[in-house]
Design a protein around this ligand. Structure first.
Ligand SMILES: Cc1cc2nc3c(=O)[nH]c(=O)nc-3n(C[C@H](O)[C@H](O)[C@H](O)COP(=O)(O)OP(=O)(O)OC[C@H]3O[C@@H](n4cnc5c(N)ncnc54)[C@H](O)[C@@H]3O)c2cc1C
Length: 415
Protein backbone atom coordinates (compact mmCIF):
# COMPACT_ATOMS: atom_id res chain seq x y z
CA UNK A 1 0.00 0.00 0.00
CA UNK A 2 2.76 2.45 0.90
CA UNK A 3 6.17 2.60 -0.68
CA UNK A 4 7.65 5.64 1.01
CA UNK A 5 10.19 4.50 3.59
CA UNK A 6 8.70 4.40 7.08
CA UNK A 7 5.29 5.86 6.29
CA UNK A 8 3.00 2.93 6.86
CA UNK A 9 -0.62 3.08 7.93
CA UNK A 10 -1.04 1.10 11.13
CA UNK A 11 -4.24 0.23 12.95
CA UNK A 12 -3.73 -0.47 16.66
CA UNK A 13 -6.69 -2.35 18.12
CA UNK A 14 -7.09 -1.42 21.80
CA UNK A 15 -6.11 1.73 23.68
CA UNK A 16 -4.83 0.13 26.91
CA UNK A 17 -1.27 0.64 28.11
CA UNK A 18 0.10 -1.78 25.50
CA UNK A 19 -1.78 -0.27 22.56
CA UNK A 20 -0.94 3.31 23.52
CA UNK A 21 2.74 2.47 24.07
CA UNK A 22 2.94 0.80 20.65
CA UNK A 23 1.10 3.67 18.96
CA UNK A 24 3.57 6.16 20.45
CA UNK A 25 6.60 4.17 19.26
CA UNK A 26 5.16 3.92 15.75
CA UNK A 27 4.05 7.55 15.49
CA UNK A 28 7.47 8.75 16.64
CA UNK A 29 8.91 6.83 13.69
CA UNK A 30 6.69 8.75 11.30
CA UNK A 31 3.94 6.19 10.72
CA UNK A 32 0.29 7.08 10.39
CA UNK A 33 -1.33 5.43 13.44
CA UNK A 34 -4.99 4.95 14.33
CA UNK A 35 -5.98 3.45 17.71
CA UNK A 36 -9.42 1.83 17.89
CA UNK A 37 -10.73 1.63 21.46
CA UNK A 38 -14.07 0.14 22.53
CA UNK A 39 -14.49 2.36 25.61
CA UNK A 40 -15.85 5.88 25.37
CA UNK A 41 -13.08 7.31 27.56
CA UNK A 42 -10.02 6.27 29.61
CA UNK A 43 -11.24 3.26 31.53
CA UNK A 44 -8.43 2.25 33.85
CA UNK A 45 -9.53 1.18 37.33
CA UNK A 46 -8.56 3.16 40.42
CA UNK A 47 -5.54 1.06 41.31
CA UNK A 48 -1.76 1.12 41.18
CA UNK A 49 0.75 -0.44 38.84
CA UNK A 50 4.50 -0.94 39.09
CA UNK A 51 6.69 0.26 36.22
CA UNK A 52 9.99 -1.65 36.27
CA UNK A 53 13.24 -0.25 34.80
CA UNK A 54 13.02 -2.29 31.58
CA UNK A 55 9.79 -0.41 30.87
CA UNK A 56 10.97 3.01 32.10
CA UNK A 57 13.80 2.63 29.58
CA UNK A 58 11.29 2.43 26.70
CA UNK A 59 9.18 5.30 28.07
CA UNK A 60 12.33 7.37 28.40
CA UNK A 61 13.34 6.70 24.81
CA UNK A 62 9.83 7.75 23.72
CA UNK A 63 10.27 11.06 25.56
CA UNK A 64 7.28 10.43 27.84
CA UNK A 65 9.11 9.40 31.05
CA UNK A 66 9.62 13.06 31.94
CA UNK A 67 5.86 13.64 31.80
CA UNK A 68 5.16 10.64 34.04
CA UNK A 69 7.68 11.69 36.70
CA UNK A 70 5.35 13.96 38.62
CA UNK A 71 2.86 11.13 39.20
CA UNK A 72 5.26 8.44 40.36
CA UNK A 73 6.57 7.20 43.68
CA UNK A 74 10.03 5.65 43.98
CA UNK A 75 10.20 2.75 46.44
CA UNK A 76 13.43 1.90 48.25
CA UNK A 77 12.77 -1.88 48.16
CA UNK A 78 10.32 -4.61 47.33
CA UNK A 79 10.08 -6.33 50.72
CA UNK A 80 8.85 -9.91 50.75
CA UNK A 81 7.45 -10.39 54.25
CA UNK A 82 6.22 -13.33 56.31
CA UNK A 83 2.44 -13.05 56.25
CA UNK A 84 1.86 -13.48 59.97
CA UNK A 85 4.60 -11.31 61.48
CA UNK A 86 5.69 -8.92 58.76
CA UNK A 87 9.30 -10.11 59.16
CA UNK A 88 11.28 -9.26 56.01
CA UNK A 89 12.29 -12.50 54.27
CA UNK A 90 14.05 -10.75 51.40
CA UNK A 91 14.41 -7.17 50.18
CA UNK A 92 15.05 -6.37 46.52
CA UNK A 93 16.82 -3.02 46.40
CA UNK A 94 15.08 -0.58 44.05
CA UNK A 95 15.93 3.09 44.61
CA UNK A 96 18.67 4.09 43.80
CA UNK A 97 19.98 0.57 43.08
CA UNK A 98 17.96 0.01 39.88
CA UNK A 99 19.10 3.29 38.32
CA UNK A 100 22.70 2.63 39.32
CA UNK A 101 22.63 -0.94 38.01
CA UNK A 102 20.29 -0.87 35.00
CA UNK A 103 20.22 2.83 34.16
CA UNK A 104 16.53 3.41 34.97
CA UNK A 105 14.39 3.60 38.12
CA UNK A 106 11.55 1.40 39.41
CA UNK A 107 8.30 3.38 39.64
CA UNK A 108 4.87 3.05 41.23
CA UNK A 109 1.94 4.89 39.67
CA UNK A 110 -1.85 5.09 39.55
CA UNK A 111 -3.10 3.29 36.42
CA UNK A 112 -5.34 6.15 35.36
CA UNK A 113 -2.44 8.64 35.57
CA UNK A 114 -0.27 6.29 33.54
CA UNK A 115 -2.90 5.79 30.86
CA UNK A 116 -3.84 9.48 30.68
CA UNK A 117 -0.24 10.59 30.20
CA UNK A 118 0.29 8.04 27.41
CA UNK A 119 -3.07 8.91 25.82
CA UNK A 120 -2.39 12.67 25.81
CA UNK A 121 1.16 12.15 24.56
CA UNK A 122 -0.07 9.87 21.76
CA UNK A 123 -2.57 12.54 20.66
CA UNK A 124 0.11 15.25 20.83
CA UNK A 125 2.36 13.38 18.41
CA UNK A 126 -0.39 12.78 15.87
CA UNK A 127 -1.93 9.40 16.82
CA UNK A 128 -5.66 9.32 15.97
CA UNK A 129 -7.56 7.69 18.87
CA UNK A 130 -11.06 6.60 17.98
CA UNK A 131 -13.14 5.78 21.06
CA UNK A 132 -16.47 3.88 21.01
CA UNK A 133 -14.89 1.67 18.34
CA UNK A 134 -15.53 -1.95 19.31
CA UNK A 135 -13.72 -4.41 17.07
CA UNK A 136 -15.68 -7.33 15.77
CA UNK A 137 -13.06 -9.08 13.64
CA UNK A 138 -10.05 -8.72 11.38
CA UNK A 139 -9.81 -9.92 7.78
CA UNK A 140 -6.15 -10.88 7.58
CA UNK A 141 -6.03 -11.22 3.78
CA UNK A 142 -7.04 -7.58 3.26
CA UNK A 143 -5.65 -6.24 6.61
CA UNK A 144 -9.07 -4.86 7.40
CA UNK A 145 -10.55 -4.34 10.86
CA UNK A 146 -14.31 -4.51 11.11
CA UNK A 147 -16.10 -2.82 14.01
CA UNK A 148 -19.37 -4.12 15.46
CA UNK A 149 -21.13 -1.08 13.95
CA UNK A 150 -19.92 -2.16 10.49
CA UNK A 151 -17.23 0.51 10.01
CA UNK A 152 -14.00 -0.82 8.48
CA UNK A 153 -10.37 0.32 8.64
CA UNK A 154 -7.63 -1.00 6.36
CA UNK A 155 -3.92 -0.60 7.06
CA UNK A 156 -0.48 -1.96 6.16
CA UNK A 157 -0.27 -3.52 9.62
CA UNK A 158 -2.92 -4.43 12.21
CA UNK A 159 -1.71 -4.61 15.82
CA UNK A 160 -3.95 -6.59 18.19
CA UNK A 161 -3.62 -4.90 21.60
CA UNK A 162 -7.15 -5.75 22.65
CA UNK A 163 -6.35 -7.65 25.83
CA UNK A 164 -6.83 -11.17 27.14
CA UNK A 165 -10.09 -11.74 25.21
CA UNK A 166 -8.65 -10.45 21.94
CA UNK A 167 -10.91 -10.43 18.89
CA UNK A 168 -7.90 -9.79 16.67
CA UNK A 169 -6.26 -12.97 17.94
CA UNK A 170 -9.34 -15.13 17.58
CA UNK A 171 -10.35 -13.89 14.13
CA UNK A 172 -7.01 -13.48 12.38
CA UNK A 173 -4.00 -14.93 14.19
CA UNK A 174 -4.97 -18.08 16.10
CA UNK A 175 -8.02 -18.57 13.93
CA UNK A 176 -8.26 -22.34 14.37
CA UNK A 177 -9.75 -21.98 17.86
CA UNK A 178 -11.08 -19.46 20.36
CA UNK A 179 -8.27 -19.22 22.91
CA UNK A 180 -9.78 -19.31 26.37
CA UNK A 181 -7.88 -17.64 29.22
CA UNK A 182 -6.74 -20.04 31.96
CA UNK A 183 -8.28 -18.86 35.25
CA UNK A 184 -6.00 -19.39 38.25
CA UNK A 185 -7.40 -20.56 41.58
CA UNK A 186 -6.94 -17.00 42.88
CA UNK A 187 -8.80 -13.71 42.63
CA UNK A 188 -7.48 -10.27 43.49
CA UNK A 189 -9.19 -7.60 45.55
CA UNK A 190 -7.99 -4.09 44.81
CA UNK A 191 -8.43 -1.09 47.07
CA UNK A 192 -6.93 2.31 47.78
CA UNK A 193 -6.75 4.36 50.99
CA UNK A 194 -6.15 8.16 51.01
CA UNK A 195 -2.79 9.33 52.43
CA UNK A 196 -4.38 11.50 55.18
CA UNK A 197 -6.19 8.48 56.57
CA UNK A 198 -3.03 6.37 56.49
CA UNK A 199 -0.96 9.09 58.16
CA UNK A 200 -3.54 9.59 60.93
CA UNK A 201 -3.28 5.95 62.02
CA UNK A 202 -0.04 5.32 63.99
CA UNK A 203 -0.07 1.57 63.23
CA UNK A 204 0.15 2.09 59.47
CA UNK A 205 1.50 5.64 59.02
CA UNK A 206 5.02 4.29 58.37
CA UNK A 207 3.77 2.64 55.15
CA UNK A 208 3.37 6.14 53.68
CA UNK A 209 6.63 7.61 54.92
CA UNK A 210 9.04 4.67 54.53
CA UNK A 211 8.32 4.11 50.84
CA UNK A 212 8.46 0.49 49.73
CA UNK A 213 6.52 -2.11 47.82
CA UNK A 214 5.56 -4.53 50.57
CA UNK A 215 4.38 -8.05 49.85
CA UNK A 216 3.17 -10.25 52.70
CA UNK A 217 3.24 -13.87 51.49
CA UNK A 218 1.28 -16.77 53.04
CA UNK A 219 -0.67 -19.92 52.27
CA UNK A 220 -2.68 -19.31 49.05
CA UNK A 221 -2.77 -15.59 49.81
CA UNK A 222 -0.61 -12.51 49.57
CA UNK A 223 -1.03 -8.78 49.99
CA UNK A 224 1.01 -6.45 47.76
CA UNK A 225 0.81 -2.79 48.79
CA UNK A 226 2.52 0.51 48.00
CA UNK A 227 1.97 4.29 47.88
CA UNK A 228 0.91 5.85 44.54
CA UNK A 229 -0.06 9.32 43.19
CA UNK A 230 3.23 10.74 44.39
CA UNK A 231 2.37 9.74 47.97
CA UNK A 232 -1.29 10.85 47.99
CA UNK A 233 -2.80 7.37 48.08
CA UNK A 234 -2.02 3.84 49.24
CA UNK A 235 -2.69 0.97 46.87
CA UNK A 236 -3.48 -2.58 48.00
CA UNK A 237 -3.78 -5.77 45.91
CA UNK A 238 -4.97 -8.84 47.80
CA UNK A 239 -4.63 -12.24 46.15
CA UNK A 240 -6.79 -14.99 47.61
CA UNK A 241 -8.51 -18.24 46.60
CA UNK A 242 -11.84 -17.47 44.96
CA UNK A 243 -13.87 -17.19 41.77
CA UNK A 244 -15.04 -14.35 39.53
CA UNK A 245 -15.73 -13.88 35.82
CA UNK A 246 -12.55 -13.75 33.65
CA UNK A 247 -12.11 -10.40 31.92
CA UNK A 248 -14.54 -8.59 34.24
CA UNK A 249 -12.39 -5.95 35.90
CA UNK A 250 -14.74 -4.30 38.32
CA UNK A 251 -16.88 -6.76 40.22
CA UNK A 252 -17.53 -5.34 43.71
CA UNK A 253 -16.07 -7.56 46.47
CA UNK A 254 -17.49 -8.18 49.95
CA UNK A 255 -15.53 -6.28 52.64
CA UNK A 256 -16.13 -8.74 55.49
CA UNK A 257 -15.21 -11.70 53.29
CA UNK A 258 -12.06 -9.82 52.26
CA UNK A 259 -11.01 -9.12 55.87
CA UNK A 260 -11.65 -12.73 56.78
CA UNK A 261 -9.12 -13.93 54.20
CA UNK A 262 -6.35 -11.98 55.96
CA UNK A 263 -7.38 -12.30 59.62
CA UNK A 264 -4.20 -14.26 60.44
CA UNK A 265 -1.91 -11.72 58.75
CA UNK A 266 0.53 -9.27 60.31
CA UNK A 267 -1.40 -6.85 62.62
CA UNK A 268 -0.20 -4.03 60.31
CA UNK A 269 -2.13 -5.64 57.41
CA UNK A 270 -5.19 -6.31 59.57
CA UNK A 271 -5.19 -2.66 60.67
CA UNK A 272 -4.62 -1.45 57.10
CA UNK A 273 -7.67 -3.38 55.92
CA UNK A 274 -9.90 -1.66 58.50
CA UNK A 275 -9.46 1.48 56.34
CA UNK A 276 -10.75 -0.20 53.18
CA UNK A 277 -14.31 0.94 52.41
CA UNK A 278 -14.86 -0.74 49.03
CA UNK A 279 -12.99 -3.36 47.01
CA UNK A 280 -13.03 -4.46 43.41
CA UNK A 281 -12.46 -8.11 42.73
CA UNK A 282 -11.46 -10.12 39.69
CA UNK A 283 -10.12 -13.51 38.86
CA UNK A 284 -6.43 -13.75 38.02
CA UNK A 285 -5.92 -15.52 34.72
CA UNK A 286 -3.26 -15.99 32.09
CA UNK A 287 -3.13 -17.36 28.55
CA UNK A 288 -1.81 -20.69 27.38
CA UNK A 289 1.29 -20.54 25.16
CA UNK A 290 0.01 -19.48 21.74
CA UNK A 291 1.20 -21.25 18.59
CA UNK A 292 1.97 -17.89 16.96
CA UNK A 293 1.62 -14.13 17.40
CA UNK A 294 1.72 -13.26 13.70
CA UNK A 295 -0.99 -14.05 11.11
CA UNK A 296 -0.54 -15.92 7.84
CA UNK A 297 -0.20 -12.68 5.86
CA UNK A 298 2.39 -11.43 8.35
CA UNK A 299 0.48 -8.15 8.58
CA UNK A 300 -1.63 -8.82 11.67
CA UNK A 301 0.26 -9.14 14.92
CA UNK A 302 -0.49 -9.52 18.63
CA UNK A 303 1.03 -7.64 21.55
CA UNK A 304 0.50 -7.43 25.32
CA UNK A 305 -2.21 -9.40 27.07
CA UNK A 306 -3.68 -10.46 23.70
CA UNK A 307 -0.47 -12.45 23.14
CA UNK A 308 0.85 -13.34 26.59
CA UNK A 309 -1.50 -12.35 29.43
CA UNK A 310 0.26 -13.36 32.63
CA UNK A 311 -0.45 -13.56 36.34
CA UNK A 312 0.57 -10.28 38.01
CA UNK A 313 3.05 -11.98 40.39
CA UNK A 314 6.15 -10.48 38.72
CA UNK A 315 4.50 -7.10 37.97
CA UNK A 316 5.60 -7.33 34.32
CA UNK A 317 2.41 -7.69 32.19
CA UNK A 318 2.13 -4.06 31.07
CA UNK A 319 5.92 -3.68 30.97
CA UNK A 320 6.12 -6.55 28.47
CA UNK A 321 3.28 -5.03 26.43
CA UNK A 322 5.25 -1.76 26.24
CA UNK A 323 8.42 -3.69 25.31
CA UNK A 324 6.46 -5.46 22.51
CA UNK A 325 5.56 -2.08 21.00
CA UNK A 326 9.17 -0.89 21.18
CA UNK A 327 10.35 -4.00 19.37
CA UNK A 328 7.71 -3.63 16.63
CA UNK A 329 8.48 0.05 16.10
CA UNK A 330 12.21 -0.59 15.90
CA UNK A 331 11.84 -3.48 13.39
CA UNK A 332 9.32 -1.59 11.29
CA UNK A 333 11.67 1.35 10.92
CA UNK A 334 13.95 -0.99 8.94
CA UNK A 335 11.20 -1.80 6.38
CA UNK A 336 11.42 -0.06 3.01
CA UNK A 337 8.04 -1.13 1.64
CA UNK A 338 4.92 -2.96 2.78
CA UNK A 339 6.44 -6.19 1.39
CA UNK A 340 9.10 -6.08 4.14
CA UNK A 341 6.53 -6.03 6.94
CA UNK A 342 5.82 -9.80 7.22
CA UNK A 343 9.51 -10.64 7.68
CA UNK A 344 9.89 -7.88 10.24
CA UNK A 345 6.88 -9.18 12.17
CA UNK A 346 8.26 -12.74 12.14
CA UNK A 347 11.46 -11.33 13.61
CA UNK A 348 9.34 -9.57 16.22
CA UNK A 349 7.72 -12.87 17.22
CA UNK A 350 11.10 -14.56 17.39
CA UNK A 351 12.60 -11.82 19.56
CA UNK A 352 9.69 -11.49 21.95
CA UNK A 353 7.87 -14.78 22.36
CA UNK A 354 10.43 -16.72 24.41
CA UNK A 355 11.07 -13.76 26.71
CA UNK A 356 7.40 -13.11 27.43
CA UNK A 357 6.63 -16.78 27.92
CA UNK A 358 9.53 -17.15 30.33
CA UNK A 359 8.20 -14.23 32.37
CA UNK A 360 4.70 -15.74 32.17
CA UNK A 361 6.10 -18.97 33.67
CA UNK A 362 8.09 -16.99 36.26
CA UNK A 363 4.86 -15.30 37.38
CA UNK A 364 3.15 -18.70 37.70
CA UNK A 365 6.16 -19.97 39.66
CA UNK A 366 5.78 -17.08 42.10
CA UNK A 367 2.23 -18.29 42.80
CA UNK A 368 3.81 -21.54 43.97
CA UNK A 369 6.80 -20.00 45.76
CA UNK A 370 4.77 -17.36 47.62
CA UNK A 371 1.69 -19.39 48.51
CA UNK A 372 3.25 -22.37 50.32
CA UNK A 373 1.59 -23.64 53.49
CA UNK A 374 3.65 -23.31 56.67
CA UNK A 375 5.98 -26.28 57.03
CA UNK A 376 9.35 -27.67 56.07
CA UNK A 377 9.36 -26.44 52.45
CA UNK A 378 8.30 -22.93 53.50
CA UNK A 379 10.99 -22.85 56.20
CA UNK A 380 13.61 -23.87 53.63
CA UNK A 381 12.31 -21.19 51.23
CA UNK A 382 12.48 -18.53 53.93
CA UNK A 383 16.00 -19.43 54.98
CA UNK A 384 17.13 -19.53 51.30
CA UNK A 385 15.59 -16.11 50.72
CA UNK A 386 17.21 -14.67 53.85
CA UNK A 387 20.60 -16.29 53.81
CA UNK A 388 21.59 -16.53 50.17
CA UNK A 389 24.47 -14.15 49.30
CA UNK A 390 23.49 -11.44 46.78
CA UNK A 391 25.38 -13.15 43.92
CA UNK A 392 23.74 -16.59 44.44
CA UNK A 393 20.43 -17.98 43.12
CA UNK A 394 17.51 -16.76 45.22
CA UNK A 395 13.91 -18.10 45.42
CA UNK A 396 12.81 -14.47 45.35
CA UNK A 397 13.03 -14.03 41.55
CA UNK A 398 13.25 -10.22 41.82
CA UNK A 399 16.46 -10.66 43.86
CA UNK A 400 17.90 -13.56 41.87
CA UNK A 401 21.00 -12.02 40.23
CA UNK A 402 20.68 -13.71 36.82
CA UNK A 403 16.92 -13.42 36.47
CA UNK A 404 16.92 -9.83 37.72
CA UNK A 405 19.57 -8.73 35.24
CA UNK A 406 17.79 -10.47 32.36
CA UNK A 407 14.38 -9.02 33.30
CA UNK A 408 15.27 -5.46 34.34
CA UNK A 409 18.35 -4.89 32.19
CA UNK A 410 16.59 -5.68 28.87
CA UNK A 411 16.76 -3.25 25.96
CA UNK A 412 13.54 -3.85 24.01
CA UNK A 413 14.71 -1.78 21.03
CA UNK A 414 17.91 -3.74 20.51
CA UNK A 415 18.08 -7.05 22.47
C1 LIG B 1 -3.99 -7.31 39.85
C2 LIG B 1 -3.06 -6.96 38.73
C3 LIG B 1 -1.89 -6.27 38.99
C4 LIG B 1 -0.99 -5.98 37.94
N1 LIG B 1 0.16 -5.31 38.23
C5 LIG B 1 1.03 -5.04 37.22
C6 LIG B 1 2.22 -4.31 37.48
O1 LIG B 1 2.48 -3.92 38.62
N2 LIG B 1 3.08 -4.05 36.44
C7 LIG B 1 2.81 -4.46 35.16
O2 LIG B 1 3.61 -4.19 34.24
N3 LIG B 1 1.67 -5.15 34.88
C8 LIG B 1 0.77 -5.44 35.87
N4 LIG B 1 -0.38 -6.10 35.59
C9 LIG B 1 -0.65 -6.54 34.20
C10 LIG B 1 -1.18 -5.42 33.34
O3 LIG B 1 -2.28 -4.78 33.94
C11 LIG B 1 -1.59 -5.94 31.98
O4 LIG B 1 -0.63 -6.86 31.51
C12 LIG B 1 -1.69 -4.79 31.00
O5 LIG B 1 -2.64 -3.86 31.44
C13 LIG B 1 -2.04 -5.32 29.61
O6 LIG B 1 -2.17 -4.23 28.74
P1 LIG B 1 -2.82 -4.44 27.31
O7 LIG B 1 -2.85 -3.07 26.72
O8 LIG B 1 -2.11 -5.53 26.60
O9 LIG B 1 -4.28 -4.98 27.59
P2 LIG B 1 -5.50 -4.29 28.35
O10 LIG B 1 -5.04 -3.46 29.48
O11 LIG B 1 -6.49 -5.36 28.62
O12 LIG B 1 -6.07 -3.26 27.26
C14 LIG B 1 -6.86 -3.72 26.19
C15 LIG B 1 -7.62 -2.52 25.65
O13 LIG B 1 -8.36 -2.94 24.52
C16 LIG B 1 -9.69 -2.54 24.65
N5 LIG B 1 -10.51 -3.55 23.98
C17 LIG B 1 -10.78 -4.82 24.38
N6 LIG B 1 -11.56 -5.44 23.49
C18 LIG B 1 -11.78 -4.56 22.50
C19 LIG B 1 -12.50 -4.61 21.28
N7 LIG B 1 -13.18 -5.70 20.90
N8 LIG B 1 -12.52 -3.51 20.49
C20 LIG B 1 -11.82 -2.38 20.85
N9 LIG B 1 -11.13 -2.27 21.98
C21 LIG B 1 -11.10 -3.35 22.80
C22 LIG B 1 -9.96 -2.44 26.13
O14 LIG B 1 -11.03 -1.55 26.42
C23 LIG B 1 -8.62 -1.93 26.63
O15 LIG B 1 -8.54 -0.54 26.62
C24 LIG B 1 -1.30 -6.40 36.61
C25 LIG B 1 -2.48 -7.07 36.35
C26 LIG B 1 -3.36 -7.35 37.39
C27 LIG B 1 -4.63 -8.10 37.08
Amino acid sequence: MVSVKNKFKIIVCGGGLGGLGCAIGLALNGHHVIVLEAASEINEVGAGIQIPPNCVKVLNEYGVAEKLKKYVTKPANINLRRYSTGEILNATKLDPHMTETYGFPYWLIHRADYQRVLWDYALSIGVAIKTCSRIDSVDDATHTVKLVDGTTYTGDLIVGADGIRSKVRDSAVVDEEVVLPTPSSNCAYRATVPAEEMLADPVIAHLMTDINSNCWIGYRRHVMAYPIRNGKMYNIVMSHPGQAAVGKWAEPGDIEEMKNHYKNFDPVVVQLLTHVKTVLKWVLADLPTLPRWVSKSGQTVLIGDAAHAMLPYLAQGAAQAIEDGACISSLLSQCETEKDIPDAMRKYEKRRKLRCEKIQRGARDNGYIWHMPDGEEQEQRDSDMKLQPADKKNPNQWSDPLFQKWMFGWDAFRD
